[in-house]
Design a protein around this ligand. Structure first.
Ligand code: CAA
Length: 256
């Protein structure tokens, strides 16, 4: 039973709708727990190939729940360790697409950055306003943004806490697809269906190798890539993909 999200599937796409519209989908801890548990459930579900996280027209999510944080102390944060659950998103093997309409601020932006791909509306509003609350990003924002934009641009945005236009996010490769707001969901579903036709084992091996490239040395990354390349040859889909090529027909990938 979820209080703050709705989860459903459309064909082999697993969809999580953030559902706390009265506070612009502000993320309290229970909501983050629900999102992560649902991602893990979709990840284990053989009928699901791709996942989507979306908000509503006004907000993807306007950040961590400020009401919940207002009385936090260093020790309460140390004991609850509220960001540990976010790390579990990085263990999800299947592709995750964030669909961003409206605000993606603070923890909301961080949730989108934890996803593999972002489809955003041209008028979406990204940003890290935490500095204006006398704090700073806590769910990976300084790290994700710096790796995407370099330290100077990241400092400018996080220091000033000003909104980042979606166009800038797109130019820095933070956003994959930028479309008119009424087309965002359609575009994300199109992308999801396209991915769902790809061989699932290749997708997960590629995801592991690409994310590892952010942290590993070039040689360690190449070693991991090589191991994953070899593993792909254990799959039926490798045989199907190569056979289909020689038979000049489209492949049908079954995720085995
Ligand atoms: N936490 C709690 N409640 C929030 C919220 C948040 N992050 N964002 C919005 N809300 C609530 C508002 O308090 C308001 O509630 P009431 O109707 O009860 O007053 C409701 O959502 C609607 O918001 P607004 O009336 O403010 O809507 P607006 O369109 O005028 O403004 C906004 C939209 C600019 C996004 C504004 O709501 C805002 O600035 N929100 C806070 C954004 C923010 O600072 N996010 C960072 C949080 S800290 C964080 O995320 C830390 C981290 O790294 C994990």
């Amino acid at each position: 039973m979820s209080n703050y999200i709705r989860a459903f599937s459309q064909d082999d796409i697993g969809i999580i709708q953030l559902d706390r519209p009265e506070v612009l989908n502000a993320l309290n801890r229970e909501m983050v727990d629900e999102i992560v548990a649902q991602l893990e459930s979709f990840d284990q579900n053989n009928a699901i190939r791709v996942m989507i996280i979306k908000g509503n027209e006004k907000a993807f999510a306007a950040g961590a729940d400020i009401e919940e944080m207002v009385h936090s102390t260093p020790l309460s944060l140390e004991m609850v360790n509220p960001f540990a659950v976010w790390d579990r998103i990085s263990l999800i093997k299947k592709p995750i697409i964030a669909v961003v309409n409206g605000f993606a601020l603070g923890g909301g932006f961080e949730l989108a950055l934890h996803c593999d791909l972002i489809v955003a509306a041209e008028d979406a509003k990204f940003g890290f306003p935490e500095v204006k609350l006398g704090v700073m990003p806590g769910a990976g924002g300084t790290q994700f943004l710096t790796k995407a934009m370099g330290p100077r641009k990241a400092l400018e945005f996080i220091w000033l806490g000003e909104p980042m236009p979606a166009k800038i996010a797109y130019q820095f490769g933070i956003v994959n697809r930028l479309v008119a707001s009424e087309l965002v969901e359609e575009e994300a579903m199109r992308l999801a269906y396209q991915l769902a036709l790809q061989p699932p084992i290749s997708l997960r091996l590629i995801k592991e190798a690409v994310h590892a490239a952010v942290d590993l040395s070039l040689q360690d990354g190449k070693n991991l890539e090589r191991k994953n390349f070899y593993i792909a040859f254990a799959s039926e889909d490798q045989k199907e993909g190569m056979q289909a090529f020689t038979e000049k027909r489209p492949p049908t990938f079954r995720g085995m």
